[in-house]
Design a binder for this molecule. Structure first.
Ligand code: PMP
Length: 298
């Protein structure tokens, strides 16, 4: 584990990154967070799409009526300091904010908000080259019940249940449908199918509007592909040529099967492989046209 983390504006020893068990965030899931990656580039470590992640952090907070007592610049400074101190070249950044008053009660409007940031080494999630998915019996949280575009801790009860069910049934991950039966997303990533050379992905509304999803859209369009946001049913996995998931943690990961049926030939597709390698080069600053997405630490 790293030696340090950032809490409420100060660098503190890792073991002091604590909170009291009596707080609203822990009891009712009212915490908001981000998952950000930084990669080694020829100019040292660089954070991928930091402003967009911080923007979503503040959007998530505003949904919960949570006032973050720091600016985006201060958080960015904290993240850079942590990366420098840990000396990591690549890794994962986890900013989190929660209602921290040591009180029981749901209404915390105007209450104390604590903010912490951890920077961790990145562990590869799998050695597999393509994943097996189960269509989850749990539907994705409905936009009429919460704001699904916010990255709120409590929302992850939904995807935790879906992921547990998928893993217990022998799959790698779950695909959650929305309440109408259209494909929404995977447990912690967005879904794309490739159909007739088009990149098709579910529209915002029932999904977390992923920053990687947005990146893939740009990369695809810049290579002359059509990027289409359209609802589709799970049977589209039988008729598409390729499919993949994408997210900060997963990057781009091919879908091998859905409910035991092969997608395409069950192997990573050619377009998927192209976009995987383009993404890997983009995040590492090897593509001049996308350097603006990188925030260099030094
Ligand atoms: N959906 C969910 C539910 C997620 O947790 C994530 C990971 N943040 C994503 C999609 C992908 O989002 P991003 O590309 O911004 O990491």
């Amino acid at each position: 584990m790293p030696q340090v983390m950032w809490k409420n504006g100060r660098l503190i020893p890792w073991e002091d990154g604590k909170t009291h068990v009596i707080n609203q965030g822990l009891h009712y899931g009212c915490a908001i967070f981000e998952g950000i990656r930084f990669y080694e580039t020829d100019k040292g470590p660089a954070i991928f799409r930091l402003p967009e992640h911080l923007e979503r952090f503040f959007l998530s907070a505003s949904v919960l009526k949570m006032k973050i007592p720091f600016s985006a610049n201060e958080l960015a400074g904290g993240i850079k300091d942590l990366i420098k101190i840990t000396g990591l070249k690549e890794g994962y950044i986890r900013p989190i904010a929660w209602f921290a008053d040591e009180k029981i009660g749901l209404n915390m409007i105007g209450g104390r908000v604590d903010v912490a940031i951890a920077v961790l080494p990145w562990d590869k999630k799998t050695t597999k080259t393509a994943l097996d998915f189960k269509i989850s019996p749990f539907r994705r949280i409905d936009p009429r019940t919460t704001n699904v575009e916010a990255k709120i801790a409590g929302h992850y009860v939904n995807t935790h249940l879906a992921l547990c069910d998928a893993i217990e049934s022998g799959f790698d991950d779950a695909i959650l449908l929305d309440t109408e039966g259209f494909v929404a997303e995977a447990s912690a990533s967005n879904v794309f199918i490739i159909k007739g050379g088009f990149f098709v992905t579910p529209p915002p509304g029932t999904i977390l509007n992923g920053i990687t999803r947005n990146t893939i859209g740009h990369l695809a369009v810049d290579r002359g592909y059509m990027f289409i946001e359209r609802k589709f049913m799970p049977n589209s996995f039988n008729s598409c040529s390729e499919a993949f998931i994408c997210g900060t943690a997963w990057e781009v990961m091919p879908i091998a099967t859905v409910d035991g049926r092969k997608v395409g030939n069950g192997k990573p597709g050619e377009i998927t492989k192209m976009i995987m390698s383009l993404y890997a080069n983009t995040v590492r600053g090897r593509k001049k046209e996308y350097l603006e997405w990188l925030t260099h630490v030094y």
